[in-house]
Design a protein around this ligand. Structure first.
Ligand code: GLU
Length: 471
């Protein structure tokens, strides 16, 4: 194996949101680079001009930064842009032609189908010995060896062997002279001195072709590592049409970046013991690309959500408040900006911290404190406001008008009122909670009432009594 310093790369195409599979590839490459004092190159493969947009490139850079892959780290190099290396791609394609490793071809798809009887058999080599020269519309094809085999050294999959006879003479430059992905990708890896190509399994079928290109360009191919496909609960490959796949969407829904990183690192790899929740630094130290397995990795949103809950609970109170901040301001927050009171929020934050699995749930837990009146969840209302609820609320209202305003006293009083109505505390709480917060579930009730204050609590009990008398 080569002893040159490790240079890995992440080479996304900026054609959409940042796929969680891409995030995993990036993290594995990052870990490999960092643990060996190597370099992580970011290369934006922006040659598909019809589908590229500059904002997607920025989205990739921002999403990488969110999961700790930062351009400020000396491990990081780039971004390079594939489009800026177009001259070198063309040079390579012409060199392959000049050295007899590639030939021009003017076959149409129809002609090929007529000859082979199928669209799926690959190119039959018809133009190999025709000696065609470049002309507009002629594709350049790489002449693959007829004999022997191409052995791919893959850190994840061992040594997959591809008989050369099964590799068709594939196109390396289109009829307009522009090089295709297979070639551009190799030339960039070569120019950037990449030593290990770690990427998704969907590229494995490209690898023997690319390895032949490396050899034809008289360079030692990199070591490869193809990461297992990521599947949903139906064992289908995760797809953006069917599944939630964008890292940005997970972050926007209140998944903590640290939880995402932890979960993504485990999609195909584990530390070898039963531990799952682990700081990134430790995973980086333990990660071995050779230990990545080949079976499909199940993207289990439930498990990810459970991880997220653990990460939320592990935050310091200050960090929790800071992490909630984006949900406490407009446009995410449902209350008027002036109605928000950071000190009030800080009082209830510890109560919320133990209950959330997603940061986005914070607004629903605390909105009763900042909205002028609670928004009633109708299902909660009908569940809690059973016959007798009005009488109970009236008695609670009367008792709460005079009690000392502390959670424990509020509880004692409600317990006593409940007993008079032959209701256990849990049952007596329900109509009070709905009257005050709008919902049957939420933060511990008596602490919530204490923070909300007597005036607001009584006003809401009155409003609920009015609402009950109207129906
Ligand atoms: N641009 C390719 C992709 O996004 C990268 C392939 C590779 O990593 O070699 O799939």
């Amino acid at each position: 194996m080569s002893t040159s310093p490790v240079r890995v790369r992440f080479a996304p195409s900026p054609t959409g949101m940042f796929h969680v599979g891409g995030a995993r590839s990036a993290l594995y490459n990052w870990a490999v680079a960092r643990q060996s004092g190597g370099t992580f190159v970011l290369r934006i493969e922006d040659t598909d001009t019809a589908r590229n947009r500059p904002e997607w490139t920025q989205g990739i850079i921002d999403a990488l930064a969110a999961i700790g892959i930062s351009s400020a780290d000396p491990t990081f190099e780039g971004p390079y842009f594939q489009s800026e290396n177009a001259g070198r791609h063309q040079e390579a394609s012409l060199r392959l032609y000049a050295t007899g490793r590639a030939y021009y071809c003017d076959c149409t798809r129809e002609q090929l189908k007529e000859r082979t009887g199928s669209e799926h058999l690959g190119y039959d080599g018809f133009c190999r010995e025709r000696g065609l020269e470049f002309a507009e519309g002629r594709a350049l094809r790489f002449r693959t060896p007829d004999e022997g085999e191409t052995v791919v050294e893959d850190l994840v999959r061992g040594k997959p062997i591809f008989p050369n006879a099964s590799i068709e003479d594939f196109v390396i430059a289109r009829g307009d002279g522009s090089p295709v992905f297979l070639l551009a990708n190799v030339v960039d890896d070569l120019d950037e001195g990449i030593t290990q190509v770690i990427r998704g399994e969907e590229h494995l079928s490209n690898t023997p072709k690319q390895q032949l290109l490396w050899e034809a360009l008289r360079a030692t191919p990199p070591v490869w590592g193809h990461l297992p496909v990521i599947v949903n609960e139906k064992r289908q490959k995760l797809s953006k049409r069917r599944d939630k796949v964008a890292l940005e969407d997970y972050l926007a829904d209140g998944f903590l970046p640290e939880a995402m990183v932890n979960y993504l690192m485990l999609l195909g790899w584990g530390p070898g013991d039963d531990r799952e929740i682990m700081p990134y630094e430790e995973m980086e130290r333990l990660f071995r690309i050779e230990d990545v397995n080949t079976s499909p990795a199940f993207f289990d949103v439930k498990k990810l959500t459970a991880f997220n809950g653990e990460y939320i609970r592990a935050l310091s109170p200050e960090a929790f408040i800071a992490a909630c901040a984006p949900w406490l301001t407009q446009p995410r927050a449902p209350w008027r900006a002036e109605a928000f009171d950071a000190a009030v929020f800080a009082e209830v934050a510890p109560l919320a911290q133990t209950r959330l699995t997603l940061l986005s749930e914070i607004t629903g837990n605390v909105d009763f404190l900042f909205l002028d009146e609670p928004v009633f969840d109708e299902a909660s209302w009908s569940k809690a406001m059973k016959p007798g609820a009005a009488e109970l609320l009236r008695d609670v209202r009367a008792a709460y008008a005079n009690v000392g305003w502390h959670a424990d006293e509020l509880k004692i009083v409600l317990t006593a009122v409940g007993e008079r109505h032959e209701l256990k505390l849990g049952k007596a709480q329900a109509p009070v909670r709905v009257a005050v917060t709008g919902r049957t579930v939420g933060l511990p009730l008596f602490e919530s009432l204490e923070v909300l204050g007597r005036d607001q609590t009584l006003a809401r009990l009155d409003a609920a009594l009015l609402r009950l008398s109207e129906v």
